[in-house]
Ligand binder design. Structure first.
Ligand code: SF4
Length: 75
């Protein structure tokens, strides 16, 4: 699994990684690297949503299912 695959594919440099402390399923504190999108730089191309192996990215205003339905309609 490629960590922050979205950061690598974003053609506008809109994504950076940030450390965030979360409570995991076992109730323990854990530090994770999360993707942070700079909305001023984001052009809404959707490349990050396709690249994310965990399907953690959604294009603002669109679910992944809606994006895939649009792609199906176009193809
Ligand atoms: S949707 Fe925005 S953040 Fe995602 S790859 Fe495109 S420009 Fe970058």
């Amino acid at each position: 699994v490629v960590a922050l695959a979205c950061e690598k594919v974003c053609p506008y440099g809109a994504i950076t990684g940030a450390e965030k402390t979360v409570i995991n399923l076992a109730g323990m504190k854990e530090t994770r690297t999360v993707a942070v999108v700079n909305e001023a730089l984001c052009q809404g191309c959707g490349a990050c949503t396709v690249a994310c192996p965990a399907a953690a990215m959604d294009l603002k205003g669109f679910s992944n299912a809606e994006i895939l339905a649009e792609v199906d309609a176009l193809c």
